[in-house]
Design a protein around this ligand. Structure first.
Ligand code: ZN
Length: 264
């Protein structure tokens, strides 16, 4: 598998794939300064049918979690000539939110700011200002964020879901396990109670974010996106497996939601 270290080269490949898939919107929200010049902060969107689920896919908000942006590219490339999920949803994606951190392999951006704690601030970093401008008046049926945990050997996820819906997390875990990928089964993950690789963030919201800034998932939830997934691949295992874990988790979530829609 092709591994990118230069954020511009990765963005070029994402743009090329999105255009081949007839994404109607492929745009640069801003040019981000990196240690090797400017790099676009991309938004790509593909509308199919207004009745189909609206899904937001975000990746690369932490620069030292490279599997996420690569998984977005992998997902796009896998649809070229063989469209599946992309014809059944309305997709909006920010494939690489933190290009300066991606180049430097740092969690934070070049200004040493953790972009996933900047949402809902009065004066957030420019990258997050751009995202908030796009997201302010939009809700999605669900959002999926690709992250990585730098010191685990197993996959886990956070899932918010409304009371009247069934969780999808267990299906994601069983799909990954069925493909032989490792799951982190600790009863406590990141200081929060977990069960079979799933953290239920109702408890998380209360304890964690009052004093620090908001993460993207909480911002989306508070603005009406009731189902949010934060996927964490284990950075201590090989890169290609981590990319495939994101791809499989995304496909599992999307196919479950599409089935829900079709059975309405
Ligand atoms: Zn992260």
């Amino acid at each position: 598998m092709e591994i990118f270290h230069d954020p511009n080269a990765l963005c070029l490949s994402i743009v090329k794939a999105a255009k081949e898939l007839d994404f109607q919107r492929v745009r640069t929200l801003m040019s981000v300064e990196t240690d090797k010049g400017l790099c676009p902060l991309l938004q790509i969107s593909r509308k199919t049918d207004p009745g189909f689920p609206r899904i937001l896919l975000s990746a690369g908000i932490h620069g030292d979690e490279p599997a996420g942006p690569h998984a977005v590219l992998e997902l796009l490339r896998s649809e070229i000539g063989n469209p599946g999920f992309s014809n059944l949803i309305n997709l909006t994606s920010f494939p690489l939110i933190n290009p300066s951190g991606f180049l430097n392999k740092t969690r934070t951006n070049r200004e040493e700011i953790d972009l996933n704690r900047e949402f809902a601030k009065g004066h957030p970093s420019p990258e997050i200002r751009c995202l908030m401008d796009v997201l302010r008046n939009r809700t999605f049926e669900l959002s999926i964020e690709f992250h990585e945990d730098v010191d685990t050997k197993g996959f886990y996820l956070y899932e918010h879901f409304p009371d009247h819906k069934e969780p999808i997390g267990p299906e994601v875990i069983s799909a990954l396990e069925g493909s032989g990928f490792p799951i982190l089964k600790d009863p406590v993950i990141e200081g929060m109670p977990a069960h079979n690789g799933i953290i239920h963030p109702r408890r998380m919201r209360r304890v964690k974010f009052r004093r620090h800034g908001w993460p993207e998932a909480l911002y989306l939830y508070r603005h009406g996106t009731r189902r949010t997934f934060t996927l964490e691949t284990p950075a201590l295992i090989d890169f290609s497996s981590r990319v495939q874990m994101h791809v499989l988790a995304f496909r599992t979530i999307v196919s479950t939601v599409v089935k829900e829609h079709q059975s309405r």
